[in-house]
Design a protein around this ligand. Structure first.
Ligand SMILES: [Zn+2]
Length: 272
């Protein structure tokens, strides 16, 4: 963990310090070595959150893009189950920065636990991933004039896509193209429409960070992701060729989970 509580405040690990785990309230000690990033560890290496993964510089550089009060938030389900979200934004999106492999069951349980989850997946963990991804991109069809929406016809040829294609999740791949966030892109994998195809788009890492920090990610979902996803869904279902005109259909169907969660949140917001 990046943060422990010292006198009730979030503190980063510094040599010799002790603190309390924000999730289980037991004592944690600072580990500041050469190999791993500075972190807090439970005594005896007990890990109170089985979903927690050891953090890399990549995790840390992502978390650092967001306010301290959004980082490492203990999230409770109604049944008392709790987990530490990497980042939880003011508008309720949980951002999980995933480096290691997750099997579909594990991924599914997290999609279920966090109602509005955005995955940012480290595309550089396996050497072959970037190569395979590049190849499917090169062979993809552009679905609009700007070539910002791409159809991949053989998603099974890219292990990352195969592993992450999912009906209920928003997934972004980070290949760390450059160290400059304004020049580096994140590739967005649309929620699964059909198993035989995958749809991708991209935005700059900087934009992604800004949208969250300015509480405008919801607008991207509402005005871009949902309408395009629905259009693709309709086109696929009716087996027509997809035109280059992606409007904003008034009637949003599909992608139901995100939509209904949004409405529920809106309602609770209105009650305040
Ligand atoms: Zn703990």
């Amino acid at each position: 963990m990046k943060y422990a509580l010292i006198n009730g405040s979030k503190a980063e690990a510094t040599k010799g310090e002790k603190g309390l785990c924000p999730s289980c309230n037991s004592e944690v000690i600072a580990r500041c070595g050469e190999v791993k990033v500075n972190h807090w560890a439970h005594i005896g290496n007990r890990n109170c959150d089985p979903w927690w993964e050891n953090e890399t510089e990549w995790h840390r550089s992502w978390k650092d893009k967001f306010p301290v009060e959004w980082q490492e938030i203990v999230h409770y389900a109604e049944n008392g189950e709790k987990h530490i979200a990497d980042v939880k934004t003011q508008t309720g999106y949980v951002l999980e920065f995933q480096h290691s492999f997750l099997n579909p069951e594990e991924r599914g349980s997290r999609n279920k636990f966090y109602s509005e989850l955005v995955w940012v997946v480290d595309g550089n963990r396996r050497k072959t991933d970037k190569k395979q991804f590049k190849k499917v991109i090169e062979e993809s069809d552009a679905l609009n004039k700007e070539s910002t929406i791409l159809r991949v016809c053989f998603p099974e040829e890219c292990r990352l896509i195969k592993e992450w294609q999912d009906k209920n999740a928003l997934v972004f791949f980070d290949f760390q193209e450059t160290t400059e966030s304004n020049q580096s892109r994140l590739w967005f994998l649309f929620p699964e429409i059909t198993t035989s195809e995958a749809y991708l788009s991209y935005l700059s890492k900087q934009k992604f960070i800004e949208l969250h920090n300015e509480n405008k990610f919801e607008e991207l979902v509402r005005n871009n992701i949902l309408p395009i996803h629905n259009k693709l869904l309709e086109e696929t279902q009716s087996c027509h060729k997809i035109s280059s005109n992606y409007g904003n259909p008034n009637n949003l169907s599909g992608f139901d989970r995100f939509e209904s969660n949004r409405q529920i949140r809106q309602r609770s917001f209105n009650r305040l």
